[in-house]
Write a protein that binds this ligand. Structure first.
Ligand code: ADP
Ligand code: MG
Length: 254
């Protein structure tokens, strides 16, 4: 289970992103990036963050630790900005927290070249989860102490917005032409050979077990949170076996 902490102080909004995540302090004295359950994109964004973030970590990617962050809506009362106040007030209960990487810089491909091996692993992983938010315009990669970290997996697994058509949707290819690392001749063949065998049913069960029940309840077509957890695992398992051959838009390094 993800560690549970309680927010004690709202520090500031993080302006770069579209979803207005914020920075909070919690009762363990940690500083966290908070993704609000009351944000426009809703709780599916948070589920995607947990599934893809926890999968990434288990596959050996650098990915800040995730926690669940309890929030008392009264924290919003003193906020001068209406948008922030509304978000805090509509996000009582369980939110997502992520370790804040202090001093991290947004990724710039011109300033930080990446090897074909590392580029291949990240492109392959993004193809697996169908990440549409790792483009050169909006890389969602941070450079922290000289190393690359993955963040922001909210816009992934598009199939979870339409479960009845999950099979067709999850079989689709991945266009990596706009990917932030496309220019580094990503070796996705080597990445697939290393990573695909590690994406097992057991690993996905472990990963989906991390999703808080509160974000899985009352999904139409599913009787229990565990049934929905299995629905998250299936397309990832299927895609892991085949997705390397379905990545378009890059020239592989050999
Ligand atoms: N763990 C983190 N450590 C440091 N900065 C972060 C972290 N997570 C996010 N940020 C900063 O906040 C911005 C917005 O976060 P992001 O997760 O990309 O949200 P959005 O869904 O709004 O794009 C990022 O571009 C980055 O600058
Ligand atoms: Mg982002």
């Amino acid at each position: 289970m993800l560690k549970e902490v309680t927010a004690t102080r709202y520090i500031t909004p993080l302006r770069e992103g579209g979803s207005l995540p914020g920075l909070v302090e919690a009762d363990d004295f940690g500083t966290y990036v908070i993704k609000f359950t009351g944000a426009g994109q809703g709780r599916k964004t948070l589920v995607a963050e947990v599934v893809c973030g926890e999968l990434a970590r288990r596959l050996g990617f650098r990915m800040p630790r995730l926690v669940t962050l309890r929030l008392d809506p009264v924290l919003g009362l003193g906020e001068p900005e209406q948008q922030v106040q509304d978000l805090l007030r509509s996000s009582g209960g369980t939110n997502l927290g992520m370790d804040f990487l202090s001093g991290a810089l947004g990724y710039d491909p011109l300033a930080f070249p990446v090897s074909p091996e590392e580029a291949g692993r990240i492109v392959w992983f993004d193809a697996l989860i169908n990440n549409v938010d790792r483009s050169w315009r909006n890389p969602n990669l941070l450079v922290h102490r000289g190393e690359l970290w993955l963040i922001d997996h909210g816009a992934t697994m598009i199939w979870h917005h339409n479960w009845p058509s999950v099979e067709a949707s999850a079989a689709r290819p991945y266009d990596a032409a706009e990917h932030a690392l496309a220019r580094f001749a990503p070796d996705v063949t080597a990445a697939a050979a290393e990573l695909a065998p590690r994406v097992t049913e057991d690993l996905l069960a472990e990963v989906t077990a991390e999703i808080p029940d509160a974000w899985l309840a009352d999904e139409p077509g599913f009787d229990t949170p565990d049934e929905l957890r299995r629905a998250y695992a299936r397309p990832l398992l299927a895609r892991a076996a085949v997705i390397a051959e379905r990545i378009t838009g890059i020239e592989e390094g050999k």
